[in-house]
Design a binder for this molecule. Sequence first.
Ligand SMILES: C[S@@+](CC[C@H](N)C(=O)[O-])C[C@H]1O[C@@H](n2cnc3c(N)ncnc32)[C@H](O)[C@@H]1O
Length: 203
Amino acid sequence: MEYQSVIEKDVIEGLSREFKNLPSKYFYDDEGSRLFQKIMHLEEYYLPRLEMEIIKNQSANIIQTINQPSVEILELGAGDGTKTVEFLDAISKTTTEFSYYPFDISQEALNINQSVVKKRLPNLKTRGVLGDYFQTLSEFRKKPTPKLVLYLGSNIGNLRFDEAISFVQHIWENLNVGDYLLIGVDLRKNPKKFWRHTMIHKA
Ligand SMILES: C[S@@+](CC[C@H](N)C(=O)[O-])C[C@H]1O[C@@H](n2cnc3c(N)ncnc32)[C@H](O)[C@@H]1O
């Protein structure tokens, strides 16, 4: 079958499956990105709070593990960068030289990200990379500086199992020996149990 566009291909393939689905990247136009900003602040959306706590407590350990004089930080599906800026701030207090490249399919998300990051770290070398990270990551493949690729927010849970496998393979192919990948993954839990817990917590 000849497809006219990537969207047409994704829609036909996604809706022809037994369990119909569409790639989550289509959620993130400008309005979708603004909606996600609101979701991030909901009481019941615990993930950003907990990940922020991990970043605050573990940044020093992560930086120590990487142990490089300079590093390029590439964040896939970066969003607004509110959590990442804490991590970047922690690195800025060490002797590690670094630059930061947030990758996102949403220009709106990148605009917010860059204003958050530049406000906190005005001297940081940073540039947003707009587009589908399946396509844009290879731009950095040949760079000699060690890379740290971040994939936070349990975004991997938005991918189907086969997509998650090819996504990780894709990252692997774009890493050089000595590069790092840090993925934030939420634990799978029983939704009924978790919901009950939330209800008790709120009472
Ligand atoms: C759930 S949000 C998470 C944002 C951030 N990582 C966090 O943890 O708060 C997912 C982000 O990934 C971006 N995104 C989704 N699919 C993408 C793709 N295929 N390529 C680039 N960015 C993508 C969205 O625009 C959105 O900003």
